[in-house]
Write a protein that binds this ligand. Sequence first.
Ligand code: IZC
Ligand code: ZN
Length: 421
Amino acid sequence: MSADLILYNIGELFCPIDNNEPLRGQAMNTAKIMHNAYIAIKAGKIQAIGEGVVPESLISNETQKRDLSGLTVTPGLIDSHTHLVHGGSRENEFSMKLNGVSYLDILAAGGGILSTVNATKTSTFDELYTKAKKSLDTMLIHGTTTVEAKSGYGLEWETEEKQLKVAKKLNEDHPVEVVSTFMGAHAIPTQLKENPEEFIKELTEFMIPEVSKHSLAEFCDVFCEHGVFSVEQTRRILKCAKENNLKIKIHADEIVSLGGAELAAEMGAHSAEHLMAASDEGISLMAKNNVIANLLPGTTFSLMKTSYADARKMIENNLAVALSTDYNPGSCPTENIQLIMQLGSLAMKMSPIEVFNAVTINGAHSLGRGHETGSFEVGKNADIVVFDAPNIDYILYHFGVNHVKEVYKNGNLVVQDRRVI
Ligand code: IZC
Ligand code: ZN
């Protein structure tokens, strides 16, 4: 059967190896790299890929053809950790941070996440939608075709539900697929500062069952951190999430080494996020229990720290690593996943192949989407990025600019010449 669309003469085609599971350890540095390649697309899915001359059988009078000589093509990028939907911004805290006041001290003083909670509560549904849609457009023009979006700026049901419903509507309206995570356990609300148990009761007895009942999220995440939720509290919240059929993630060992990585292993979390302060024991337990390490170097950079997560040690210990923006108004206000990928190489010494696997096949698996996107297997969604670059190394080495020329989502051209169409 002939194709609807054929991309051909592709200068370099990056094809992650798809074994129906994330790539771990040394396998992270493997991929099929093709030259003078083609991709055929039929009904929004990958129909065929190969090198050299396009087979005649794929071409009819109706087939559209795009010559991509000199350009690099990869699967659509997966940003598997963001706080997409929120009100306001936090540049008012920027000077304080430059003067050395820490992220956790700002939070303890009622700022940080709690300031975004106020801004999100007072924003209408439409305001949150418009702001998040603008961010999704920015993500898309940088090559992101699937994104995770966490709630967690309500800390009470009405606002958490508003955030989750905005994410749901964006998933319906916008070309980028939005995967929702309930993160009501993002901070202790100011009015319950002295009584966190009451908030945990509200989360476990009402909010989590409600999210599950109305299918408002697929995942549940907890900020397991000094001064936020302890390991023991996180365990109870995530146990309840599992009982309510939500998959689990943990903001683990982001700033203080608390044992979040160990907990992620113990609970069979889908992924553990951040891990800047993860212990050796935590890393090895995560590997044994197949927990994906979702690393967010943009946060380390924006918090002006030098202690990047030890990606090399994690890969040597046979972990599967994903990379994401952590886009949020406090600790990583950028939607640009290419910058994160460049930090993956420049700050964490990941090879270009490891970086591209981290934001394609491993990102897809970390969102439970490995069967439909993240690589160019026949039958998968035709989610494709065309970079104005001769090869993947160039994209990481030439940092700080947007290399994306075109993006296809489910076979539809959605970005052309760096603009959403
Ligand atoms: O708004 O500060 N780390 N949560 C945990 C965040 C960063 C987002 C924020
Ligand atoms: Zn986060």
